[in-house]
Ligand binder design. Structure first.
Ligand SMILES: [Zn+2]
Length: 138
């Protein structure tokens, strides 16, 4: 579709150069008013388009920023949650983080970096002792 402003200008040229439209009088006034109205509409459309383009650019910029923030926040956090577990030291209440893999290995002992006490110890045989559940031994 042709630019609305162009079409209005074309119509104005047609009217100005026409022989069949009266150069004076009420009929002419009606055409002039219509041209003014069309121009105003075309003007408004241009403004809307410009405003929409600005909004689109703004939304795109926001989207980019959000993606960056999401990557920073969730990207690192997910990796951390997948690979580490956090336990409270039963002796000094210090939060101790260690690799989750250690939970599934035998003969593992995790000591608290704060007080040096054992925070988690894997079961050597499978006799169901409390050591495998440090959360319940508080
Ligand atoms: Zn401790």
């Amino acid at each position: 579709m042709k630019d609305v402003k162009e079409q209005v200008a074309y119509l104005k040229g047609l009217i100005d150069g026409s022989d069949f439209l009266a150069k004076e009088g009420k009929e002419r006034a009606v055409w002039e008013r219509m041209l003014e109205l069309f121009s105003a509409v075309a003007e408004g459309l241009e403004e809307l388009k410009a405003g929409q383009k600005e909004l689109e650019e703004y939304a795109e910029a926001l989207d980019d920023d959000l993606a960056e923030i999401e990557e920073e926040l969730y990207g690192e956090e997910e990796a951390g949650e997948d690979e580490f577990v956090e336990m409270e030291c039963p002796h000094c209440k210090e939060a101790v983080r260690f690799a989750e893999d250690l939970l599934y290995e035998d003969d593992v002992e995790v000591t608290c970096p704060n007080c040096g006490e054992v925070v988690y110890a894997s079961e050597p045989g499978g006799d169901g002792e409390d050591e495998a559940h440090p959360d319940e031994t508080k």
